[in-house]
Design a binder for this molecule. Structure first.
Ligand code: AMP
Length: 174
């Protein structure tokens, strides 16, 4: 078991019965947690050519921004509806209950810009897929999808089969 995996706190039945919630605050509360996570994410990007890191609020920011910093890249904030002050493009997507909308500043992305998306968990893959479609709608090229934890039982990789997906920790179930 990697040290990072030891730091993840698993809470059964949160936020509802049957969900094993993988809590990243367990990583962040250790002095070396964010550093180990960032270093391991950066290692996954060896040899990848890209311009920027993008993450979806809020947990994605915690891990995406340090990766951008460590690699000397720009960072794009993909936010929930109504938070960004300039002209935005948006993407609506399905959640387990209801819908959500994510947005990015329209002029943040230049056509052909190569983006790595970083998040905490890939579950169904729906959030990553929405972020990819949002970025592609403004001409970006998503060259890698990277996360700390992957819940293999939810098959997110199938939804993202056309993309290069990497995760640091894999859980077999949901
Ligand atoms: P998804 O769109 O289904 O891939 O998951 C959306 C987001 O929900 C992920 O980026 C996580 O932040 C969060 N999430 C989903 N399932 C879990 C889980 N079991 N533990 C912790 N976070 C989760």
């Amino acid at each position: 078991m990697s040290k990072l995996e030891d730091y993840v706190i698993t809470i059964p039945d949160f936020p509802k019965e049957g969900i094993m919630f993988r809590d990243v605050t367990g990583i962040l509360e250790h002095q070396d947690g964010l550093k180990i996570a960032t270093d391991e994410l950066v290692k996954c990007l060896e040899g990848v050519e890209f311009d920027s890191v993008a993450s979806v609020e809020a947990r994605g920011f915690v891990f995406g921004a340090p990766v951008a910093y460590a690699m000397g890249k720009s960072f794009m904030m993909i936010r929930k509806r109504g938070k960004l002050p300039r002209e935005t493009v948006s993407k609506e997507y399905e959640l387990e209950y209801g819908k959500a909308v994510i947005e990015i500043h329209k002029d943040d992305i230049k056509p052909g810009q190569k983006i790595v998306i970083v998040d905490d968990v890939i579950a169904t893959g729906g959030t990553f897929k929405a972020a990819i479609e949002l970025l592609e709608s403004v001409g970006a090229e998503v060259v890698k999808v990277l996360c700390l934890m992957e819940l293999k039982g939810l098959n997110g990789r199938e939804v993202l089969k056309d993309y290069d997906v990497d995760s640091l920790i894999q859980y077999e179930g949901k």
